[in-house]
Design a protein around this ligand. Structure first.
Ligand SMILES: Nc1ncnc2c1ncn2[C@@H]1O[C@H](COP(=O)(O)OP(=O)(O)OP(=O)(O)O)[C@@H](O)[C@H]1O
Ligand SMILES: [Mg+2]
Length: 292
């Protein structure tokens, strides 16, 4: 039997379970203000992508739009996961499909303990009749908390309530480890972490690296990328990816800031409110370039 090449690769990707998230020309607005202005990016299983960029350029908006935050209205473009339309999915369906976001500012939920929250999330993913046993769940949570050097009392505390900045970030990584998502978006996971915690969190991320998972890491600092080596680094300005490179791009940004990028691309105001937004056309590929 002759199998067409395209069909073969499609079948192979399904077999290997390697995710492919494709974002094409994504536009999103909030309260009538356009923030994402045609963002394209493809991330695949096994890859780690870092997104850097000055404040207010739309990085967290991208994360929220991908997760389906109701406040961010998608006005154009497409997002697919393994060819399935993500924008058609509700927030819970996106989580079930394997999307996960560690938020820049995790919400506090009074009345729901950390353990209850995680068990519900895991069981929602496993489906009715296939719930994880309580004993197995607790053992697993205890072991992951140990890896993250978290005090066991955090199991029974209300979700994020009164957690310090660093404790919240560690707890987001705990959720990631327990939920084993396929598409992991980390929004400034390094902010608020002391050096030891940064190393612990990075070790947690590195331990989760696999061909069946991909990471999109939003950060301001090269320091995190010393511990989690990215395959691609993208610069975001004016609600788009304006430049892509390898790990060396992050090093240059750390050393020189963003002025050279703005100069190179003729950007005056990098924020989403920039008045050169309409004339500005960025030469870019929908697929990030490969670096070896
Ligand atoms: N809910 C909202 N209401 C009003 N404006 C918003 C909202 N969310 C985002 N914005 C605006 O959109 C722009 C982009 O915000 P976003 O949080 O995506 O930036 P960012 O790149 O993540 O910045 P930072 O590096 O500071 O985290 C900002 O000007 C912000 O004020
Ligand atoms: Mg942000």
């Amino acid at each position: 039997m002759i199998i067409r090449r395209k069909e073969f690769w499609k079948g192979f990707m399904r077999m290997s379970n390697a995710p492919v998230l494709t974002i094409e020309n994504l536009r999103s607005e909030i309260e009538g203000k356009e923030i994402l202005k045609g963002l394209s990016l493809e991330i695949k299983g096994g890859e780690i992508h870092a997104i850097m960029g000055p404040n207010g350029t739309g990085k967290s908006t991208l994360a929220s739009a991908l997760m389906g935050h109701p406040k961010y209205e998608v006005t154009g473009g497409s997002v697919t996961l393994d060819g399935e339309d993500v924008l058609e999915m509700g927030v819970d369906e996106r989580a079930l499909a394997g999307l996960f976001l560690a938020m820049q500012y995790p919400s506090e939920i009074t009345g729901v303990t950390n353990a209850d929250f995680l068990r519900s999330a895991i069981n929602a993913r496993r489906g009715e009749g296939n719930e994880v046993s309580l004993i197995k769940f607790i053992r697993q949570m205890e072991s992951k908390m140990k890896e993250l050097d978290m005090d066991p009392q955090f199991m029974h505390r209300y979700l994020n309530e009164g957690f310090s900045g660093g404790e919240k970030k560690r707890n987001e990584i705990l959720q990631m480890m327990m939920l084993e998502p396929r598409i992991v978006i980390l929004d400034e996971i390094d902010s608020g972490l002391d050096i030891d915690a940064l190393k612990i969190v990075a070790a947690g991320v590195n331990a989760m690296r696999s061909a069946e998972r991909t990471f999109l890491i939003i950060t301001h600092y090269q320091r995190l990328l010393n511990y989690i080596k990215p395959d691609f680094v993208h610069v975001m300005m004016q609600g788009r990816i304006v430049k892509s490179g390898g790990a060396e791009l992050a090093e240059r940004l750390e050393a020189e800031g963003y002025d050279w990028v703005k100069e190179e691309l003729g950007i005056e105001d990098e924020t989403v409110g920039g008045n050169d937004k309409d004339e500005f056309v960025v030469p870019m590929n929908t697929t990030a370039p490969k670096f070896s």
